[in-house]
Design a protein around this ligand. Sequence first.
Ligand SMILES: [Zn+2]
Ligand SMILES: [Zn+2]
Length: 347
Amino acid sequence: MGKLSQLFGIHKKPSPDAASLPTLSTELVLSPEPWQGNLPCVHGPTDGCNRHNPSREAIFFDPLLFPASSPAKPSGNHKPNGHYDKNPITISSSLPRTPEAGCLAPLPRVHKSVPYTLPFYHVHAIMSQLRSDTSPSESSLSALACEATTGSNPSLSWTARCVVDNHNSTSVDDATLLVEYALAFTVEADLGSWNESVAHGRAVAKAMLIGSGYRDFTPCRHFTLSFKSHRGEGKNHVRSAGVSFSRRVVGPNGKAEESKEEWRSEEDTVAEPTYCASCWTDTYISFRLVGNVVIVSIQVYKDLGAGAHPADPKWLTAARGVDIQRGPAEFGRMRMVFLEADQEEGQ
Ligand SMILES: [Zn+2]
Ligand SMILES: [Zn+2]
């Protein structure tokens, strides 16, 4: 890549190598004995999240299930305080383990420090239960529900979970698996001795950059969300704050468009969601000033498909970079399915 294109942020679109993708004609030869898979939060022999391995004890881990390009290493999740019991959930599969079959290939990360690795065999494990029984058991869905805080700076709290979307159909063949990532971090501008009781006329303002190693979120391969800087201000007994961010979206025509935006607590501006038109990814951004800190929240929703075969077009789109064109008719649908599931649970 030339210097100029680096300067303008023009990246050559990484196109999937068609020869390495599984096709629907690839027969899945099941292994005679089921094998145990890694939980999505486990990247080392004593790794895990606050739900599945809060005390970070020895846990089942098979490094051979990771592609050679992503060497296994512990995730860097913060250990929670106190004593917790390890959740004895496991996930198993009979799918072929050879790399060519494509069953071990995972979803790309939405942020480089969020250690959630969801390969195709996880989707298959849940959805084949759905097709053989009546509904996937709570425990198999909870194998994919993770929660932790990673050690990046600022630290990033994250949860990930899956639900089945039956697309308002009674046929299990129409059902697909959705994933939700909910990420949050906080920023705070230190205003020194300023507080809300100081007299009129004394104003303090401070602007800070957000670290370049941290700022980029990639909900999908067409969309990069970058948090650039934030500011804090104290004036007339009121504290206010702002966060500057940009969105870079590659449209179905291959052209990238970048927009710069600022959230301001004074106006409590609402950031519009980004619905990707080239894959099944919806992204929501929100901000809240609480006391001295701004909480930045990002929610990402993806449709992972029916999980019957690793060449499922939805899975190839989510995990392997095969683009589609998505119309506005179903923008926002995935979040609705999670909201409805939460409502049912609350009843
Ligand atoms: Zn977990
Ligand atoms: Zn996309």
